[in-house]
Design a protein around this ligand. Sequence first.
Ligand code: HEM
Length: 567
Amino acid sequence: MDISTLLMECSLVAMMLYAAYGVIYRLYLSPIAHFPGRKLAALTFWYEFYFDVIKRGSYVWEIQKMHETYGPIVRINPYELHVADADFIDRLYPTVAKNVEKWSWSAGMFGSTAMTFGTVGHTLHRRRRAAFSNFFSTTSVRRLQPVIQSRIDVLCERLSEKMDTGEPVNMVHAYSALTQDVITEYCFSNCRNVLEMKDFSPWYYELVQKPSELSHMIKQFPHMLTILNLLPDWWVRATNPLFSKLRAQQLEYVSQVQSILSYHDETGTKSHSTVFHSLRDDDGLPLSEKSLPRLVMEAQSLVGAGTLTSTHMLSMTTYHVLMNPPILSKLMAQLEQALPDASTPCSLQKLEQIPYLSAVINEGLRISYGSIHRLQRVHPDNALTFRNWTIPPGTPVGMSSLHMHNDPAIFPEPRRFDPSRWMGPEKEMRQRHLFNFGRGTRQCVGMNLAQAEFHMTLATIFRKFGTKMQLYDTVRERDVDVKHDFFVTNPSLDSRGLFLKNPSTFTLSLVEGSTVFSNSIMHAAPTGALTLSGIVIGDVYAHQISKQLLEQGREIKRLLLLDSPRP
Ligand code: HEM
């Protein structure tokens, strides 16, 4: 046997021994080997990979099945435990400043641990969060209420136009435009004005939604982004338009932050102070924390976090209210009482005191989950006790809102949207089980802003358009229910969004050359306002139709004459 063959055989044996040791260690010697769960999950990350990457964000439902089989604490991968018992929340996520960390393996799932959201260590996290948390306090949010209101007013104008023409509106895009405009104004004093763009620019929604789809892959293969970033622009442009737009957006953030860091962008700050100007001017923050790459990551994370979660909550709540006419009527009655004049904005403080609006928001939060991904914490210094179990120090442990919000013992008939569960004496107890914003020292920093957006947007939209809005081509299973965990919740990938339309308008597409359309319209159009759009041959027909309709006492909202060559 020659030396190279001998070396190869020795390497092979060494590798096999190493793999065998790995198997034995993970299954029998690991400090969490005695916790219940599937052996395959304990043995390899490929189990999680299969559910989260191949089956697109579905491990959380597999974890739920594990709990049904093995009980409230399970081992879900070689290193991590998962708990389904709300009584454990306060121990896992303490609110007092204790040394609690994020798990480095998953903290970088959005491409970096440089932003506050992804920070692993406790002390660094406290410093980063303290630098901007004031901006999101109740007082700051109340002070900046006009910023939010001005964007809601634009949304209403746009909705009004679309409602008048009877054009269906994709509310996912509309709410995404609203929340994105608010957070960009808040952060940079440079509103993105997506609300003004055609159809609320679906691209801007994709640009925050798609990276969340990639998060599981990045968690499993953290170097994937570095490799993707090395690809030349021309190649990316030719093969993947979305990734190319993501790059362009990244450059937008770079120039935005750069101009603030170099004092070239001071105009906006006259109207209100902003997150990034204040980070720049914070003397307590070391220079390393003010570097361009770190602040760009922070900007990206704030805009993403401030857009997607609120969008999903607003969309799902809108769907469920409109699907339940008694809930809609009750909400509208309370809003009419509190806001007798629909055109005058109401203070946030007053909106927060409308009991049924708050109940609808709580139920919307419950049914939309926030993030259903498990929020892992590591307690490096001390063991945690869960019932009869002792969790060794340093073990990543997570919990998910999916299990808490669907617990029938706390929320009977969890699939039912029922705001009345928030009106009785059990409200306090149920509130403790709401986990949308996480808990403890890493709880969502933007929750006051999010709550302000929910109160102001839902109150305004339902007060102004309540009965004018009807769901259109929207199916709960496909477009509303959460089907994927991309850290942020996501409906089925087949969904095109949540569509609304004014039921009293009727849009008819007319075929060029049609000579019988006036009679068809008479048959087809429901009572109420009528909008015609399409190609009409000659004004003469349009006039005939309008005349006939007016004679019948029907209201014509708008008659669109698109391309009308005379015969
Ligand atoms: C419905 C709306 C929202 C939901 C459900 C939500 C959910 C969450 C959750 C669950 C966390 C904790 C993550 C963890 O423990 O690992 C979090 C953190 C965070 N959220 Fe939100 N969020 C919402 C709105 C916002 C808004 C409007 C902002 C804008 C500023 C924001 C910014 C952040 C930031 C910066 C963190 C990291 C906080 C930290 O690590 O200290 N979120 N969010």
